[in-house]
Design a protein around this ligand. Structure first.
Ligand code: PMP
Length: 420
């Protein structure tokens, strides 16, 4: 960014509140300060044991108590029905794409994948290394055929900002339904009973990376004749027979679940996440085309809000650079995005106040860019007139802007100049 541009931007936003950073990253996401404080204490000294949580042996009975407590709180927070079991497995969401094959298929199997964006495409790509994959691009094309071992879909496409708000209406009877809910589980009510398999990595609403929560219909935990490698085998993890677990990640999730339950549980997060995303979409839609989100309203994600600034790569980058300077981090879009726009992710620990703060910043940024455009336009038009001195004064003023009133005054000045 040109140093003069940066300098005037600083002055323009000098009234923007200085505060600790707000992290709008799509994952790892912002975490509750309260839970971070508990975790940092436990890293130094876990439960007054004189050793760190990171040193806790998984052969220790204390680990079993901690793990069972985590499972109990998971069931409670997510309302997991009795028909389903849950457990934590090492690795992230990508790991689960492969476990699906090992636990549900053989090399002759065929699976059906609803591709709605980056992550479901990635799942299809991973599965096609191991078995046949039928790709479907629209939910209405899904077939309830017993030739498929399962149907896979992604409830919330983190990269594309697309969400199936009420899940799928497709409920196959002849094969298994798998839901990737990495960036939405714990952020809204989901009827878990409707799915055979659901998974979510922990680096979003649930905690920190290292493990993935897997929820299965009980029947799927029955022993199979398949020879499944241990690191892929759901049953081994369920029975706590897997490799060394990611103790810290699971400990963090336990603290986070307790914190979220105390804060108001899923009812609370479902409600505030809707309020947060409604606020942001409303602001974007009323920005007169300055900020642009092109997703069909029916499918707009409540978690990941994607947009460009005036459909311009340069302005979107300018916006994200400016956000970084003012403590709003993680606003750049995913590297795979061709339009290279922006993305704001509103996971559970982003508050309504955080959203109001970014909207306030977005409005200031918008005014700054628009008035900068206006002064350039007017100075080009009036530069030959004797009054051009007035235009230059207006241009100088723009770098002195420090409040909304001053910005409005400048707009009036420019309006007056236009009539000269
Ligand atoms: N699915 C979705 C919807 C995701 O958002 C992500 C990660 N951002 C993944 C799968 C992959 O998870 P991981 O990076 O933990 O492997």
């Amino acid at each position: 960014m040109h140093p003069r541009r940066l300098c005037s931007l600083y002055r323009c936003f000098s009234t923007t509140k200085t505060r600790t950073k707000i992290n709008f990253n799509a994952g790892p996401s912002q975490l509750s300060k309260n839970v971070l404080a508990q975790a940092s204490q436990a890293i130094l000294d876990y439960n007054n044991s004189g050793s760190s949580i990171c040193e806790l042996s998984h052969f220790n009975s204390e680990w079993k108590t901690l793990y069972n407590d985590t499972v109990k709180n998971t069931i409670n927070f997510l309302n997991i029905p009795k028909s389903h079991k849950c457990f934590y497995m090492n690795g992230g969401g990508t790991h689960q794409f492969t476990t699906l094959f090992y636990n549900l298929c053989n090399k002759d199997s065929e699976v059906q994948v609803l591709v709605s964006g980056y992550w479901s495409q990635k799942a299809a790509d991973e599965l096609s290394k191991l078995c046949k994959v039928k790709i479907v691009n629209h939910a209405s094309e899904l077939k309830d055929d017993k030739k498929y071992s399962f149907t896979f879909y992604c409830e919330n496409e983190t990269v594309n900002g697309i969400e199936y708000k009420n899940g799928l209406s497709f409920k196959p009877k002849n094969h298994i339904l798998v839901c990737d809910s990495c960036s939405i589980l714990g952020g809204k009510h989901m009827d878990i009973g409707n799915y055979d398999v659901l998974f979510s990595s922990l680096s979003k609403n649930l905690g920190v990376s290292g493990s993935t929560l897997v929820i299965l219909k009980k029947e799927l935990l029955k022993d199979t004749s398949n020879k499944i490698p241990d690191v892929m085998n759901w049953r081994e993890y369920y029975k706590l027979n897997g490799p060394t677990p990611s103790v810290f990640s699971i400990f963090f999730t336990l603290k986070n679940l307790k914190h979220m339950i105390k804060t108001g549980g899923l009812d609370y997060y479902d409600r505030i996440n809707t309020i947060k995303s409604d606020l942001l979409y409303k602001y974007i839609d009323n920005s007169d085309g300055f900020y642009i989100n092109t997703i069909d309203k029916k499918y707009r994600s409540r978690t990941n809000i994607v947009f460009t600034v005036k459909d311009s790569h340069e302005l979107s980058k300018y916006f994200s650079d400016s956000c970084d300077l003012f403590g709003f981090i993680g606003t750049r879009h995913h590297f795979s995005d061709k339009s290279k726009g922006c993305r704001l992710s509103l996971y559970n620990s982003i508050s309504i106040q955080d959203v109001e703060d970014i909207i306030d910043f977005m409005e200031k940024f918008k005014r700054f860019v628009l008035y900068k455009d206006l002064t350039t336009h007017y100075s080009n038009r009036f530069i030959k007139k004797t009054d051009s001195i007035l235009v230059r004064k207006a241009e100088d003023n723009i770098s002195e802007l420090s409040s909304d009133e001053q910005i409005d005054m400048l707009a009036n000045d420019i309006g007056r100049l236009n009539k000269l």
